[in-house]
Design a protein around this ligand. Structure first.
Ligand code: HEM
Length: 408
């Protein structure tokens, strides 16, 4: 690794090029060196991968271990006071996003049946009902209102709670804990506190399901005797968090992006057939699940660089999805483009398990919102929208919107 003054210190996160675009430094690095050295806040050197091809290659290669990806012990350099990893992190039972095969495959296989395209298609109507009910609620409020709180967060939250069999009434607690857990610069005590609280809550829930299973995904998992309560708890933790934070941010940031592109928004409102393509393009353009971590278990070649065994590797999916080598005019939102091949849901063995569900929620969510609120607009100037740069899942903290008149 060549030590030059050019090596960035810390991951650039400030959205200095606009609310939807990668930080300028990330774009500069992708052009200069798509696999580039990076100095972490604790002083140790690792790598940042921003080029589309390199990101795909890395995510398809499980020698880049995922045992660094998530959790209290797994993202040490972001948590003040945590030392750098010198080996793949210990696995948290059940949290298969941060496992490698074969442990990963054993758990993931248990769940693939529950998330197939067919199973998700069957839920389409029900999800559309949940969306409409939430929009009834929104229509009853006096604008301006925060679209995150009243729509973008409740919809995926209601859906995942119902699918998993987690009481929606408990959301205030688990949403506050998951937010505390995910904030990047959070103290270790805070993170641990949130993690333990969420884990305790979910351990009690899955224990009750094992004793008396119902008709939901966690109960189905609990029926398998070969999964321990710890594994059930970890899987519940992962599904609950992955299942609503990401989609909520896509719904809110996606609405913001459409409001800032009124011509395309008008086209989409007039022709709902455009929606599936528009959702893929929004996934590419926004890539809210942006930053992921890997740990090199060997000396590995990537994009012409040698990544030595033990290195921490950070991936920016947003940067990859904005790579001009892969997409023409990548920084333009274009709902007519073929965004297929984007890596907004990842790539390789960890590719998003919930992607079909997320697509259905986004299509239903955007479609109904645009139909029922024909004059939806931002209630504050665009540069006053509070951006969420303090977590690895990007989005907006709030999206104040207003409207005049609603439709059915
Ligand atoms: C994994 C993005 C919605 C469950 C992933 C990964 C990405 C991603 C990029 C790969 C992580 C990695 O390689 O380390 C998104 C986005 C979503 C979304 C952008 C919304 C628009 C959902 C939903 C669920 C879900 C609704 C529902 C349960 C999961 C799970 C994994 C995962 C369980 C881990 C898969 C594995 O390790 O095998 N997601 N996701 N996601 N996602 Fe999603």
């Amino acid at each position: 690794m060549s030590a030059t003054a050019d090596i960035p210190h810390g991951l650039p996160v400030e959205r200095d090029a606009g609310p939807f675009d990668p930080p300028r430094e990330i774009t500069r690095l992708r052009e200069a060196r798509p696999v580039s050295p990076l100095v972490f806040p604790d002083g140790h050197e690792g790598w940042l991968v921003t080029g589309y091809e390199a990101v795909r290659q890395l995510m398809a290669d499980t020698r880049f271990s995922s045992r660094l990806d998530l959790g209290v012990v797994h993202v040490p350099y972001e948590t003040p006071g945590m030392p750098a990893a010198t080996e793949p992190s210990p696995q948290i039972p059940g949290m298969f996003i941060a496992m490698d095969p074969p442990d990963h495959s054993r758990l993931r296989r248990r769940l693939t049946g529950a998330f197939t395209v067919k199973r998700m298609k069957a839920l389409e109507e029900h999800i559309a009902e949940i969306v409409e009910r939430q929009l009834d609620h929104l229509a009853g409020l006096t604008p301006p209102v925060d679209l995150v709180e009243e729509f973008a967060l409740p919809v995926p939250s209601l859906v995942i709670c119902e699918l998993l069999g987690v009481p929606y009434a408990d959301r205030d607690t688990f949403q506050a804990d998951s937010a505390r857990f995910m904030v990047r610069e959070q103290s270790l005590e805070e993170k641990m506190g949130a993690y333990v609280a969420l884990n305790t809550y979910l351990a009690e829930l899955v224990t009750a399901k094992r004793a008396d299973p119902g008709e939901d995904i966690l109960s189905d998992l609990a029926r398998h005797d070969d999964l321990t309560v710890e594994e059930l708890t970890g899987a519940a933790f992962l599904l609950l968090l992955a299942g609503h934070e990401t989609t909520a941010n896509m719904l809110s940031l996606g609405t913001f992006a459409l409001l800032e592109h009124p011509d395309q928004l008008a086209e989409l409102r007039d022709d709902p057939e455009l929606m599936p393509g528009a959702v893929e393009e929004l996934m590419r353009y926004l890539s809210v699940a942006d930053i992921f971590y890997r740990y090199a278990t060997d000396d590995l070649e990537l994009g012409g660089e040698t990544i030595t065994k033990g290195s921490t590797v950070v991936v920016s999916l947003l940067a990859a999805n904005r790579d001009p080598q892969r997409f023409d005019n990548p920084d333009e939102l274009d709902i007519h483009r073929t965004a297929r091949g984007h890596v907004g849901f990842g790539h390789g063995v960890h590719q998003c398990l919930g992607q079909q569900l997320a697509r259905i929620e986004m299509r239903a969510g955007f479609q109904a919102l645009l139909r029922r609120f024909p004059n939806l607009e931002l209630a504050v100037p665009a540069d006053e929208v509070k951006l969420r740069t303090d977590m690895n899942i990007y989005g907006v903290h709030e999206l104040p919107v207003t409207w005049t008149g609603t439709a059915q």
